[in-house]
Design a protein around this ligand. Structure first.
Ligand SMILES: [Ca+2]
Ligand SMILES: [Ca+2]
Ligand SMILES: [Ca+2]
Ligand SMILES: [Zn+2]
Length: 345
């Protein structure tokens, strides 16, 4: 800037970007202005993923409630930007207040129900974000409740966790959760019923992750799991009595089952979001025995720069394992991307 002239240099380039600030020129889901504010490239489609969500309530919610929802999503966006180390965040939410469970409500990415049936929990279908909109009426969504946004302030962590399933293809990582036994039931045993030695080990290890570990009633913003976490989990299982020798997490089971060599979330993140494809499995429990459907969905493909290495394709990166096994998530990034979330209502 020279002698008090406009802070916006009048080059063609900048003029164009100013006009198109709320365009997404490269199609990565992040608007040009957001990319510029956080140092990403509006012309590189593989540097970041912007999550754009339609959020619907099944009642005509008050302005006050809608503001609460928007704020929770801003905080969740910060958490996602942190746990993906700057590769993804929520760029836009469009909140619709529906009068009942209309077709608009049923095709939203996120459904917020006014009533919470006893025992119901927030939930999301793995990779649901990537399926076509017309499938969502059959349940491919994130389920939240009016109560989720209640006085305890847990909504941002719940959203960050459910979007871990819905967008990033993570599974639960509750330390005692064995995939087969818990599909339709609450995970058992609860933390308090674990032997003292195990509780102590978990406390000492600071054993929490966004997708689980530790005590499942307490949501965490924490980073997603690394190889080191799973090494610790393996150690921990030898402390558990045989009866609850069930600390194979759903994430671990699913990742290995899909042919990935490792089960931790960072591995899944990089594997799925560089291959750009994910195999979905849907269990239809009615009538028993349930039917299983398999199909592939295309996900957004990213290029990761981790510890100075470039990973654009897991299958064709010979040293990808050694990079990912050693990867320690960044403490940040601390950019408050939630500030730039575009909320429409
Ligand atoms: Ca963009
Ligand atoms: Ca970009
Ligand atoms: Ca981080
Ligand atoms: Zn979960």
């Amino acid at each position: 800037m020279i002698d008090g002239s406009s802070p916006w240099p009048e080059s063609h380039h900048c003029v164009r970007l100013r006009v198109d600030a709320w365009e997404d020129s490269d199609g990565d889901g992040v608007f040009n202005i957001q990319e510029l504010m956080i140092g990403k490239n509006p012309a590189n489609p593989r540097d970041v993923l912007g999550i754009r969500l339609v959020v619907a309530t099944d009642w005509i919610a008050s302005d006050d409630f809608v503001n609460k929802v928007a704020n929770a999503f801003r905080k969740a966006s910060n958490a996602i930007y942190d746990y993906t180390d700057g590769y993804a965040f929520i760029s836009e939410i469009k909140i619709m207040r529906c009068d009942g469970q209309t077709s608009e409500f049923l095709s939203a990415h996120v459904r917020i129900y006014e009533d919470k049936p006893f025992g119901a929990r927030e939930a999301a279908l793995v990779a649901g974000y990537w399926v076509p909109a017309e499938w969502r009426s059959s349940g491919w969504c994130v389920y939240l409740y009016k109560d989720t946004f209640g006085i305890f302030g847990q909504a941002p962590a719940v959203i960050a966790h459910e979007l871990g399933h819905y967008v990033f293809c993570f599974y639960d990582e509750y330390e005692y959760l064995f995939w087969f036994d818990t599909r339709y039931e609450e995970p058992v045993p609860i933390y308090a019923e674990l032997p003292d030695s195990v509780q102590l080990a978990m406390e000492t290890l600071g054993y929490t992750s966004l997708m689980g570990f530790g005590c499942y009633v307490m949501p965490h913003y924490d980073e997603i799991s690394t190889y080191e976490h799973y090494m610790m989990l393996t150690q921990l299982q030898y402390l558990l009595p045989t009866a609850i020798f069930n600390n194979i997490t759903a994430q671990w089971y699913e990742a290995i089952w899909r042919g990935y060599r490792y089960g931790f979330c960072w591995y899944t993140l990089v594997a799925v979001f560089t291959d750009g494809q994910f195999e979905c499995i849907v269990y239809d429990p009615e009538p028993p025995p349930y039917d299983v459907y398999h199909f592939f969905v295309d996900v957004h493909s990213l290029i990761f720069y981790l510890d100075g290495y470039v990973i654009s394709d897991v299958a064709n990166s010979p040293n990808v394992d050694s990079i990912l096994l050693a990867y320690e998530p960044l403490g940040g990034p601390y950019t408050s991307v939630g500030l730039y979330l575009r909320a429409i209502y």
